[in-house]
Design a protein around this ligand. Structure first.
Ligand SMILES: NC(=O)c1ccc[n+]([C@@H]2O[C@H](COP(=O)([O-])OP(=O)(O)OC[C@H]3O[C@@H](n4cnc5c(N)ncnc54)[C@H](O)[C@@H]3O)[C@@H](O)[C@H]2O)c1
Ligand SMILES: O=c1ccn([C@@H]2O[C@H](COP(=O)(O)OP(=O)(O)O[C@H]3O[C@H](CO)[C@@H](O)[C@H](O)[C@H]3O)[C@@H](O)[C@H]2O)c(=O)[nH]1
Length: 437
């Protein structure tokens, strides 16, 4: 099938290349010339495991191309909208300008029978509004809302083998026809037994933000337990293991630490609260305000812990910050807790040295004044304190005895609770986890 993908960043680059891998003819359109140049050269424009390989494979098939020309969507039967929906500056609500401009750009090229597929994460009600706009210009085109659940770091795997596929379709024959077309697009994962939920627009839009709200709530729940463990002398890791053995709870997303960041969970729960308020249902989501507050308190806690360990002030003390990305296996620093902590310590006058295997260029673009180094050795050299803030495998497996030789003061805050306290203390370190004795 002939498919266009509008917006080719973290979501769209993976979606477009994976659709080509599923056997479709794909054109990706983005207004960002750098992204298009990289993708056109067969290079991943950001770090995402497996993306480079799939781009190289698909580039040589001739089934995948990228362009900045918006008219390149003409001739495609299916158009995926994968543009950004960031938080509006100074507000909780989502900024829908990219979605609106992508759809407006598509309208002149739509033909009868075309299917427009919304993948971006949007406030409930957006699909109905966009469907009405599309109908004004091409009444025989149909909008489907098909939210995306991929995780950065596992984006290719999640796209090719999703946990579920959700379509929000309009009632009647147009919806049925659009559904049949999407069944063809997703023939491979559907034939593997991927569960399919076909529903209406509002439910499809809500499924996405409900899923992210649940995940965020799970993380803040365990971080609240970490706060309790800290004052009561408990161990949140053992607690998470114990409650996680209950199948009804499950162990996933119960890793206490520095909390959630990234381009999705924080802005999605805020946009959900804002939309609930617009719909007169803000009381239904007041708990998400607490989820957000608990999450942001984790960053304060780590800064405070650093101050305590360093005897009351961080000014002029050298602090090694291991990690800048919001999670391992990603170079994404959007709302990164790791980078936020580094920037705050820098503001307090600390001599901060930040390292990360992949995220330094993105981090530098946001916080150019911080000092970045390319290795753990350079970061820890002569440091008074080490912070492990993104649990990259190479940081989680560091040798405490070897590292102790390089620092000035052997103190570490394991803000992701991934190190073995016994081993680190045994090697002479002052070890502090979050919610662990
Ligand atoms: N990043 C993820 O892991 C992920 C996962 C699931 C869902 N989502 C959702 O998917 C959407 C995209 O996420 P992202 O992280 O890729 O966002 P992003 O901000 O990184 O990328 C958006 C891209 O769209 C391009 N763009 C904007 N307007 C355009 C237009 N009119 N025509 C063509 N291109 C245009 C931008 O240049 C940019 O490259 C968001 O709604 C997000 O919430 C993201
Ligand atoms: O037990 C945990 C699990 C995660 N995190 C943090 O939570 C954040 C988000 O992690 P994750 O959800 O794995 O990353 P994303 O790539 O942002 O993926 C989320 O956001 C995407 C965009 O909406 C969705 O598609 C995914 O399903 C959803 O998991 C990161 O900062 C993690 O460090 C924790 O602190 N503890």
């Amino acid at each position: 099938m002939q498919i266009s993908v509008i917006g080719c960043s973290y979501l769209g680059a993976v979606t477009s290349s994976c659709l080509a891998a599923l056997g479709h003819d794909v054109v990706g359109v983005d207004i960002n010339e750098r992204i298009v140049a990289e993708l056109s050269a067969g290079r991943a424009p950001f770090f995402e495991p497996g993306l480079q390989e799939i781009l190289s494979e698909q580039g040589s098939t001739g089934r995948l191309r990228y362009t900045t020309d918006p008219s390149a969507v003409a001739g495609s039967a299916v158009h995926f909208v994968c543009v950004g929906t960031p938080q509006r500056a100074g507000e909780n609500a989502a900024d829908l300008r990219q979605v609106d401009s992508a759809v407006e750009g598509l309208l002149p090229h739509l033909r009868p029978g075309d299917v427009v597929v919304g993948k971006s994460t949007v406030p409930v009600g957006t699909a109905a509004r966009l469907a009405a706009r599309i109908a004004e210009v091409e009444p025989e085109a149909t909008l489907v809302w098909n939210p995306e659940f991929l995780r950065e770091g596992f984006a290719v795997e999640d796209t090719l083998h999703p946990d579920r596929i959700v379509y929000g379709v309009p009632d009647g024959p147009a919806g049925e026809r659009a559904r049949a077309i999407l069944d063809e697009v997703y023939a491979a994962p559907l034939s593997d037994g991927t569960p399919l939920v076909v529903t209406d627009y509002p439910t499809a839009e809500l499924v996405k933000v409900a899923a992210n709200s649940f995940l965020a709530t799970k993380i803040s729940f365990i971080n609240a337990m970490a706060e309790l463990c800290e004052v009561a002398g408990g161990d949140v890791t053992a607690l998470a293991d114990a409650i996680g053995h209950d199948d009804r709870i499950g162990r996933k997303f119960l890793n206490a630490g520095l909390g959630f960041g990234g381009g999705c969970l924080p802005k999605d729960i805020r946009a959900f609260m804002a939309r609930a308020g617009e719909l007169g249902a803000d009381e239904a989501l007041t708990f998400l305000r607490e989820v957000d507050t608990i999450n942001l308190r984790r960053r304060d806690r780590v800064v405070e812990m650093a101050r305590q360990i360093l005897g009351g002030a961080v000014a002029d003390r050298r602090i090694a910050v291991l990690g800048a990305a919001f999670k391992p296996n990603s170079d994404d620093v959007r709302d990164s807790p790791a980078l936020d902590v580094a920037a705050r310590l820098d503001q307090h006058g600390a001599d901060v040295r930040v390292t990360d295997p992949h995220a330094i260029p993105n981090a530098r673009a946001i916080h150019p004044h911080l000092t970045y180094v390319t290795s753990v050795d350079e970061a820890v050299d002569g440091s008074d304190l080490v912070l492990l803030v993104t649990e990259w495998r190479e940081y989680a497996t560091l040798d405490p005895a070897a590292l102790a030789q390089k620092v000035r003061g052997a103190a570490i805050i394991d803000a992701r609770n991934v190190l073995d306290p016994v081993a680190w203390r045994g090697a002479g370190w002052t070890y502090r986890g979050l919610g662990r004795p």
